[in-house]
Design a protein around this ligand. Structure first.
Ligand SMILES: [Zn+2]
Ligand SMILES: [Zn+2]
Length: 638
C-alpha cells in the first residue's frame, strides 16, 4: 500500500504500483484532465511513474511554473523531431527551457532560415495532432554510452549527467532523445507554440568549437496566452527606450563615450523630479545625505578589497605620480566620512545616503542603452547600527522601498533573500542574528519571499527586490545588504553602552539601483507617456490663430508661476498640425485656446489618450493638476 500525502496535508491510500495519473483520477476527474506531471518527494516525475511506500505528491498542471517548463521542454523535443525529419543530417546537441520558451542547439551545415519556420511549425503541429505518448526508457550508463556511440554531442551530455541510470524519451516514429525528463504524457498536450528565431551559438559557448544553430521557440498553455505574449513582445519593441529616448529627445549616446549617457534637458527634468521626490522620502525616513569624491587613491581600494576582487571593472588614472581609481562603489568614501567623527551607540542608527556617481567597466558587447552603462548614479545609502537594531532598520528600508516603487506605479514585486555562502567571513552567530533579522523583517511586513540558500555575498546576507513592469518583465531594482567585512577593514568603531569600542553593523542599500537604468525602465513601462509628475512638459498651450497669442502667453505665465511645466505653440501652423505634433510628444495635456476660451478665461483641454476635449477655467485646470502632481496620481482626468 502506498501512503500518499497531498499538499493540503490529507492522506490517500493507493495500491502499490498505482501511477501518478491514476492517483490524480482518484483525487478528481478535473485534476486528472489537466495534470501533466508530479512532484514526488520534491522530485519531478512523469504521470506514468508508479507510487510505493510513504510519499508526498503534488500534481503538476500547466498552471504551475514547473508544469509550464515541462510543457516547453516537451515542445523542444517535438521541434527537434520536426527538424530532424526535415533535415535528416541534423545532429541534436542540447535543448533546454529558457524564460518564456525553449531552444534547441543543432549541428546542421545547411542554415535554417526564418522562412523555414512555417515548415517546422507545420511538422510540429502534425506531431502534436498525432498525440503520441512520451515514453521514458531507462538503461545502465554503459548501455546508453554504447547506444549513442559515434554521437559526440549526446555522448558529451551523458558524461556530464550524474547517476548510473540514464533515461531516454521517445514519442513514436523511432524518434528518441537522451533526457532526464519529465515530459508531458503525450505530444497532444504541448499547448500553443511558435518558433521565434535562430542564432549562432558555439558548442559550450567556446569560440574554438563549432558554431551551432540555436533555434528558439515559445510555448504557452493556450493560444490566448501565446497571443498575449507575442503582443507583449511587439509592445516591448515599440517601447524600446533607446528609440523613445531619441524620439522624445531625452538622452543620447556618442562614440566619444561608449556607455556614458548624455542626459538632455527633457531627460534632466525627469531625473530631477525623481531626485526631488527621492530626497523628500529619505528626509522623512531620517536619512542624511553626503557626497564623496569619484576619484580616490589606490590605497583605499586595497583596503576595501576592491583591488583584489573588482580591479577588472575599474578605471584608473594617475595624479602627481600616484595611482588613483575612479570609484565603482560609494562605500569606501562613505567609510572615510564615518571616520571623521567619533561615534557612540546613542547616535545609532545612522542613515547616510549618497546619490553617488560610479563607473564600472562593462564589456562593449553587453551595453544596452540606459540598461547597461559604464557610468551611473546609484541611489545609495549606508546604515550604521548595532546588531539588535538590524530588524527595525530593515523594516524601515522595506517601507521606504515600497513607498518609492508605488509612486512610480510599480505594485507588482517579489522579494528574494540570499543566505550564508560556503565561503564567508564573520561568525556563525552574527550570520544567524542578521539572517533572522532579515527574515523577521520580511515576515513582519507580511511579505512572502523566496530564499536563495547560500547565495549571499561572502560578507553578509541580502534581500533583493524585483518589480514587474506592465509587460510582465521582471527587473531587479533594490537591494539591502548586510556587511560584516567593511567596518573591520576600515576600522569603523563606535562606543557601546559598556564603554568598549565595537564595529558597527553596516547595511548597504539601494532602492532604485541606477538612476539611468531606472529611467530606462520607466520609459519602457510607460511607453514614453510619463505620468504627470514626471512629464518633462506637463501641458502645452496651442493657439488656434494669432488673435489669441496674447491670451495664450498670459495663461502660460500663470501656469508657470505655479510651477507647472507648460509650453506654448503660437506658430502659425494649422491647429490640427499642432495637435498632431504634440500628440507624438506624448504630453499629458494640450490646452487649445481660441477666441471663445480667451473671453471666458478658459482652456480647451485634450487629455492624453482621451478622444473628447473639455473646456475648463484656467484656475480650475491649475487646481486639479497641482493636486494630481502633489499626489503623484496616474489618472489624468480633469
Ligand atoms: Zn529533454
Ligand atoms: Zn555600499
Amino acid at each position: 500500500m502506498a501512503k500518499v500525502t497531498l499538499p493540503d496535508g490529507s492522506i490517500l491510500n493507493a495500491a502499490d504500483g498505482t501511477t501518478v495519473k491514476q492517483l490524480a483520477e482518484q483525487i478528481g476527474a478535473g485534476l486528472a484532465k489537466v495534470s501533466i506531471a508530479a512532484k514526488i518527494n520534491g522530485q519531478l516525475a512523469d504521470l506514468a511513474t508508479t507510487l510505493t511506500g510513504d510519499v508526498n505528491v503534488r500534481i503538476i498542471t500547466p498552471k504551475d511554473k514547473e508544469g509550464l517548463e515541462i510543457m516547453r521542454h516537451s515542445c523542444a523535443h517535438i521541434m527537434a523531431e520536426a527538424i530532424c525529419s526535415i533535415w535528416p543530417a541534423t545532429k541534436l546537441v542540447y535543448g533546454p527551457t529558457v524564460e518564456d520558451g525553449f531552444y534547441y542547439d543543432i549541428d546542421l551545415d545547411e542554415p535554417i532560415r526564418p522562412t523555414d519556420f512555417e515548415r517546422i511549425e507545420k511538422k510540429m503541429s502534425e506531431i502534436i495532432s498525432a498525440d503520441r505518448p512520451f515514453i521514458r526508457k531507462e538503461m545502465p550508463r554503459a548501455d546508453a554510452i554504447a547506444k549513442l556511440k559515434g554521437d559526440k554531442y549526446k555522448t558529451d551530455n551523458i558524461q556530464r549527467a550524474t547517476g548510473d541510470v540514464i533515461s531516454f524519451y521517445s514519442h513514436g516514429d523511432g524518434f528518441d532523445d537522451l533526457c532526464r525528463g519529465p515530459h508531458l504524457p503525450s505530444t497532444g498536450r504541448a499547448g500553443s507554440f511558435k518558433i521565434m528565431s535562430v542564432a549562432g551559438a558555439y558548442w559550450h559557448g567556446d569560440p574554438t568549437q563549432k558554431m551551432l544553430q540555436r533555434v528558439y521557440g515559445t510555448a504557452w498553455p493556450t493560444q490566448k496566452e501565446l497571443d498575449e505574449y507575442l503582443y507583449r513582445l511587439e509592445e516591448a519593441k515599440k517601447r524600446d527606450h533607446r528609440v523613445l529616448g531619441r524620439q522624445l529627445d531625452l538622452f543620447s549616446f556618442d562614440d566619444a563615450g561608449p556607455g556614458f549617457a548624455f542626459m538632455h534637458p527633457k531627460g534632466m527634468v525627469i531625473w530631477n523630479a525623481i531626485v526631488e521626490f527621492w530626497r523628500s522620502v529619505h528626509n522623512k525616513y531620517g536619512y542624511k545625505e553626503i557626497k564623496t569624491p569619484i576619484i580616490l587613491n589606490e590605497r583605499l581600494w586595497h583596503q576595501s578589497g576592491h583591488w583584489d576582487n573588482y580591479k577588472e571593472n575599474m578605471y584608473f588614472t594617475n595624479i602627481d605620480g600616484a595611482t588613483y581609481a575612479i570609484k565603482p562603489m560609494n562605500c569606501p568614501g562613505g567609510c572615510l566620512v564615518y571616520k571623521t567623527n567619533q561615534h557612540s551607540y546613542r547616535e545609532f542608527p545612522l542613515r547616510i545616503a549618497e546619490l553617488g556617481l560610479v563607473h564600472r567597466h562593462e564589456a562593449s558587447g553587453v551595453m544596452h542603452g540606459l540598461f547597461r552603462v559604464r557610468q551611473f548614479t546609484q541611489d545609495d545609502a549606508h546604515i550604521y547600527c548595532t546588531p539588535d537594531q538590524i530588524e527595525a532598520e530593515i523594516i524601515g528600508v522595506i517601507e521606504l522601498t515600497f513607498e518609492l516603487y508605488k509612486a512610480f506605479g510599480f505594485d507588482d514585486f517579489h522579494v528574494e533573500l540570499s543566505t550564508k555562502p560556503i565561503k564567508h567571513i564573520g561568525s556563525d552567530e552574527i550570520w544567524d542574528i542578521s539572517t533572522n533579522a532579515l527574515k523577521n523583517a520580511l515576515t513582519h511586513k507580511g511579505i512572502t519571499f523566496k530564499i536563495n540558500e547560500g547565495d549571499g555575498a561572502f560578507y553578509g546576507p541580502k534581500i533583493d527586490f524585483h518589480i514587474r513592469d506592465c509587460l510582465k518583465r521582471s527587473w531587479q531594482l533594490g537591494t539591502i545588504q548586510l556587511d560584516f567585512s567593511m567596518p573591520q577593514r576600515f576600522g569603523l568603531v563606535y562606543t557601546d553602552k559598556d564603554n568598549t569600542e565595537k564595529n558597527p553593523v553596516m547595511i548597504h542599500r539601494a532602492i532604485l539601483g541606477s538612476f539611468e537604468r531606472f529611467i530606462g525602465i520607466l520609459i519602457e513601462h510607460y511607453g514614453g507617456a510619463m505620468p504627470l509628475w514626471l512629464a518633462p512638459e506637463q501641458a502645452r498651450i496651442l493657439t488656434i490663430s494669432e488673435k489669441t497669442n496674447e491670451y495664450a502667453a498670459l495663461v502660460q505665465n500663470k501656469l508657470r508661476l505655479e510651477q507647472l511645466r507648460c509650453g506654448l505653440d503660437s506658430s502659425d501652423e494649422k491647429i490640427n498640425a499642432k495637435i498632431a505634433r504634440t500628440h507624438t510628444e506624448k504630453l499629458p495635456y494640450m490646452l487649445v485656446v481660441g477666441p471663445k476660451e480667451s473671453q471666458t478665461s478658459a482652456v480647451n483641454v485634450r487629455i492624453r489618450g482621451v478622444k473628447e476635449s473639455k473646456t475648463v477655467a484656467v484656475d480650475e485646470f491649475l487646481r486639479i493638476t497641482k493636486q494630481k502632481i502633489a499626489d503623484k496620481v496616474m489618472d489624468l482626468t480633469i
